[in-house]
Design a protein around this ligand. Structure first.
Ligand code: DAH
Length: 360
């Protein structure tokens, strides 16, 4: 009988504590059951005097268990109410789902540059870096592009005002201070070719080098042109290096990146630093060579310039042209990246627009 009432008290108390939503009510509930004078449990215990010793023991033990159980449930509830109160104070709803943390990734251009450099590294090429603020001497003179030679016009150049340090260049949008010696005259490199010369100051043939990097041209921008873009330069020097080595290397590169169906086509061209010079096209992968708007209808895409390193340039590298020969190439990384990922406007690549970058 008493056992039953004790169990009932326990169940009722537990239920009430579970549903309580503030400290005041909780306190009242605690008092109602455990209060020293009027608590329901206390009342029962007061009636124990009429029971036998044996019964007193059993009921006493049970009553104590019920008391402990109620107390621990109330403690748990206090903890819970405290957390809720704190959250409310900070105006923070703990039931809201957490904010998703966005994880960034490499820019498509960086991803693609790594892909293509990997192909060359697998062929034994070494990756070399060079300065973006370059001297006129390295960007032009040592590459066999003399000062007054019309071929210099191939590269629309951003000159850096004299007296500026390469770390904080200020642009001179004229043709540069003509009085200044080309050794000191700074510009933003118009191509990665000067890195060939810098690399060979610290190396001896045979070498296989690739030189990826950012280049700058003072040009109007459109869907296919930016004033800042990326090139990947290649240089191989050794004994008996031939044009067929160049073509084989490029064919292997294009097929590895773009698949077996990608072919290359070679046309004669002119560059001051190579002789003979070639222009290399690859199959347009948008139309598979049939001709479309992207390739201008002829099924081929201009991919890179290349050639056998000019003897004058070899001499500038302190290399004996009678003993050694070499090939070089320079490709526009942006154009290939666009073809690879199907991007139709180079300006998107430099816009910093996350909607574009997130696609890759
Ligand atoms: N530097 C050239 C340019 O920017 C590209 C180029 C052509 C690089 C032929 C080379 C080369 O190394 O052999 O247009």
């Amino acid at each position: 009988m008493i056992k039953d009432s004790l169990n009932k008290i326990k169940d009722k108390a537990m239920e009430e504590i579970k549903n309580v939503s503030n400290f005041d009510l909780l306190e009242k509930i605690q008092k109602k059951y455990l209060g020293r004078k009027e608590g329901e449990l206390t009342k029962i215990l007061k009636n124990l005097k009429n029971l036998s010793l044996e019964e007193k023991k059993i009921i006493g033990k049970l009553a104590n268990e019920v008391k402990l159980r109620i107390e621990s449930e109330a403690k748990k509830k206090i903890q819970e109410l405290k957390i809720k109160a704190e959250a409310l104070e900070e105006n923070f709803d703990i039931t809201l789902p957490g904010e998703k943390i966005e994880i960034g990734h490499l820019h498509p251009l960086t991803q693609f540059t790594r892909k293509i450099t990997d192909v060359f590294v697998s062929m034994g090429f070494e990756i070399v870096d060079g300065p973006e603020a370059e001297t006129e001497e390295y960007n032009f003179d040592l590459l066999n592009i003399p000062k007054e030679h019309p071929s210099r016009d191939l590269w629309d150049t951003f000159y850096i005002k004299s007296g500026n340090s390469p770390e904080s260049p200020e642009l001179d949008l004229g043709s540069g201070d003509s009085e200044q010696n080309s050794k000191n005259k700074l510009l933003l490199r118009t191509h990665t070719s000067p890195v060939q010369l810098r690399a060979m100051e610290k190396r001896k043939p045979p070498v296989r080098l690739i030189m990826p990097g950012r280049v700058f041209r003072h040009e109007a921008t459109d869907a296919g042109h930016e004033t800042t873009f990326h090139q990947l330069e290649g240089l191989v020097i050794g004994e008996n290096i031939k044009m067929t080595d160049l073509i084989g290397t490029l064919q292997y590169f294009v097929k590895t990146i773009f698949g077996e169906s990608a072919k290359i086509r070679v046309r004669p061209n002119f560059f001051p630093f190579t002789e003979p010079s070639i222009e290399v096209d690859m199959t347009c992968l948008i139309c598979c060579g049939k001709g479309c708007g992207f390739c201008g209808g002829d099924g081929w895409i201009e991919t890179l310039g290349a050639g056998m390193v000019h003897p004058a340039v070899l001499k500038n590298m302190k290399i004996d042209p009678n003993k050694y020969s070499g090939f070089a190439f320079g490709m526009g990384v942006d154009r290939l990246m666009m073809l690879y990922y199907g991007v139709n406007d180079i300006r998107l690549s430099y816009s910093g627009d996350l909607r574009f970058i997130k696609q890759f």
